[in-house]
Design a protein around this ligand. Structure first.
Ligand code: ADP
Ligand code: MG
Length: 321
């Protein structure tokens, strides 16, 4: 039986010939791994192009999970038109596994730069650029009635780390088509990033992803996970009470517009949370044109031709200090 909201009709051809015939696995350590998947770098022999091969076990804890994998493939197919969702190149199947040949996001997880020290950490202007890309991808999914349900720094990758490249959203293993969803009976996702309605077994919606984006942006800007407690129970309590104190030191280092943006997402009632489209219009991501340094200078110049005003913009402050 299907779990609600899964899409399992796919157009991509599932190849039964050996994966190793067309691809060479790169030596060295894997790109990453999750509970039921290993991701390894590989090269397409014919073109020499690098890809990321995600090896998914069809049986997990004794249950047949082929439908879950088809759902993941279907969502990747649907999102092909969006540049910020990882590209799907080919699919292979063996007796025990399905292999997704994905566009390789060589910069790794944004997680690494979220927890990095000062110099290596994201600057607020970087987070603004990356947040726009994440929201562009998520808005696309939501317009197509898909909820990701596992947005966190481990599932947001970069095309390159230095110089800082662009975003690729990965891991559609928990994604669902929304219109078919009635309720969730299990707690999905990673404790720190799950929304209050998941903990209360209330209906999920696109707003569920928006809560996770609020936590994600907070972590990208401050390096700290706002609801993380000493154990899962304490984390869940912090989330359901929306226990977050914006007067804490970690918020002093980021702009007030960024705090306002986070506040619009970490709202308990999903109906009152900002949508992806609303977020894209938020002033934090759309600086007022008159606040830009060059325009300020031009304005000052035209207002007073003889005496050039010394108005300077505020220096950029790093997200972590
Ligand atoms: P899981 O469902 O097991 O969490 P993911 O799809 O999240 O699987 O992949 C696990 C990890 O592998 C990711 O967190 C990331 O570090 C790495 N990874 C996944 N896809 C790619 C990719 N296309 N390019 C580079 N690394 C990837
Ligand atoms: Mg993952």
């Amino acid at each position: 039986m299907n779990k609600s909201g899964m899409v399992t009709e796919i157009r991509t051809q599932i190849r039964k010939e050996p994966f190793a015939g067309k691809y060479e696995l790169a030596a060295g350590k894997e790109l990453g791994r999750g509970k039921f998947a290993v991701v390894k770098k590989c090269t397409e022999k014919a073109t020499g192009k690098p890809y990321a091969a995600k090896f998914l076990r069809k049986r997990r804890k004794g249950a047949d999970c082929r439908m879950d994998i088809l759902n993941e493939i279907a969502v990747l197919e649907l999102a092909k038109a969006n540049p910020y969702v990882v590209g799907l190149h080919e699919v292979y199947e063996t007796s025990s596994e399905i292999i997704l040949v994905l566009e390789c996001a060589a910069g790794g997880e944004i997680f690494d730069q979220c927890v990095a020290e000062d110099d290596e950490a994201f600057k607020e202007k970087d987070v603004i650029r990356l947040a726009k890309q994440i929201l562009n991808g998520v808005a696309f999914l939501h317009r197509n009635n898909v909820v990701h349900l596992d947005l966190k720094p481990q599932n947001i990758l970069l095309t390159s780390a230095r110089p800082l490249g662009d975003i690729r959203i990965v891991d559609f293993g928990l994604s669902r088509r929304m219109e078919k969803i009635t309720e969730v009976r299990e707690i999905l996702g990673t404790p720190e990033y799950v929304a209050p309605e998941i903990l209360n077994y209330e209906p999920i919606s696109t707003a569920t992803d928006m809560w996770s984006i609020g936590v994600l942006i907070c972590v990208m800007l401050t390096g700290e996970s706002p609801f993380l407690g000493d154990d899962n129970q304490k984390t869940f309590l912090n989330i359901s009470q929306v226990n977050i104190d914006y007067s804490e030191d970690m918020f002093d280092r980021i702009s007030s517009l960024a705090v306002d943006f986070i506040k619009s997402l970490l709202v308990k009632n999903p109906r009152k949370r900002a949508t992806a489209e609303e977020c894209l219009k938020h002033p934090w991501l759309n600086p007022h044109p008159l606040s830009q340094p060059l325009l300020q200078k031009m304005l000052a110049f035209s207002l007073d031709d003889n005496e050039m005003s010394q108005s300077e913009s505020e220096p950029e402050s790093p997200a972590h200090s």
